[in-house]
Design a protein around this ligand. Structure first.
Ligand SMILES: [Fe+2]
Length: 324
């Protein structure tokens, strides 16, 4: 609910966020944003924590008892190569339909020519497996175990759901890697969880998603003075490999149906470098109610489709219901 405080804060929020939080520095802006969001949404976050602490078994039972043991994040990440997560086969089929309809066409001339989101707003209604997969008890257990709260699907940046297409032939600018092709830590929340599903086999020529586990990333961040004011958001390979052994980099070169859970605010990452073989990923972004950015103040808030008979957990994650 917007109030006068939000309206007063809005112009400042956009300015603070501009150019990857350059004005005050990333760490300062994240702290300030967290404080603001605690003031505005702290009660919601406490409720989401209490739901996880006190009623998780009940929420999960109603949402559908998990089959087998979910993969839990260790050192900031977890990989599931079993291809057994619920709704995954449907998701792969429906994802392929979106790719068949919209893949291979440059949708708009954005700055990031090497990557684009090809999911349309109506796809979440047309292709129910997209949300069913993300809201399954197995996926939500992994995310909630890490965040120690019922998670929320992001409504602003980065979008809660994307189907990204990365391909080299859209990018006509030759030159070194740029933007998200360079190492960085996301700053919109911390901790957070991304769930990445490979919709097509990823080869070394697909511009694989690459990352450093959380402990190695923390060492790198300390050595680089990362997130301090004046230190750029993006880190070149030369800078990174002056402080970290390249052998520590994990590369998401796996078959279709592989799922990565990762805290991209604690694990340095990059991707979409020279994707000669186009890469297609479904990407889900789970955050808290008290983000470390101010995007909810000045961006339109996305809402997700409602479904009759949806479980309480599903409604909580999509913000269609408040915690008790
Ligand atoms: Fe990122």
């Amino acid at each position: 609910m917007e109030n006068w405080l939000d309206r007063t804060m809005r112009p400042m929020a956009a300015a603070l966020q501009h150019d990857d939080m350059a004005r005050l520095g990333i760490a300062n802006t994240m702290r300030l944003s967290k404080g603001w969001n605690r003031l505005r949404h702290g009660r919601l976050q406490s409720g989401l924590r209490a739901e996880y602490r006190e009623r998780w078994d009940e929420l999960i039972a109603e949402n559908g008892a998990p089959q087998g043991r979910p993969s839990l994040l260790r050192d900031g990440w977890a990989l599931d190569t079993t291809r057994s997560l619920p709704h995954l086969d449907r998701l792969l089929e429906e994802g392929a339909q979106v790719v068949a309809e919209r893949g291979g066409k440059r949708l708009k001339d954005t700055g990031k020519l090497f990557i684009q989101d090809i999911l349309a707003a109506e796809d979440l209604e047309r292709f129910p497996a997209i949300l069913d997969f993300a809201l399954s008890s197995e996926v939500l257990t992994a995310v909630a175990d890490y965040l120690k709260a019922v998670p929320l699907l992001s409504r602003t940046l980065a979008p809660g759901v994307r189907l990204t297409e990365s391909r080299a032939d859209y990018d006509r600018s030759d030159g070194p890697p740029k933007e998200s092709q360079l190492f960085h830590l996301d700053h919109h929340d911390c901790p957070l969880v991304y769930v990445i599903v490979l919709l097509k086999d990823v080869t070394p020529q697909s511009g694989p998603f690459c990352f450093l586990p959380a402990a190695a990333s923390a060492r790198a961040a300390a050595a680089l003075g990362y997130r301090r004011r004046g230190r750029p958001y993006r880190v070149t390979d030369e800078e990174m490999f002056a402080v970290i052994d390249p052998a520590e980099v994990q590369k998401l070169i796996y078959p279709r149906g592989t799922v990565l859970f990762i805290d991209s605010s604690r694990c340095f990452h990059y991707g979409s470098r020279l994707a000669i073989d186009p890469r297609y990923q479904m990407m889900y972004n789970f955050v808290s109610a008290c983000r470390t950015d101010l995007s909810e103040l000045f961006m339109p808030l996305r809402s997700y489709p409602r479904r009759d008979g949806a479980s309480r957990l599903r409604r909580l994650v999509l913000r269609q219901e408040r915690p008790r």
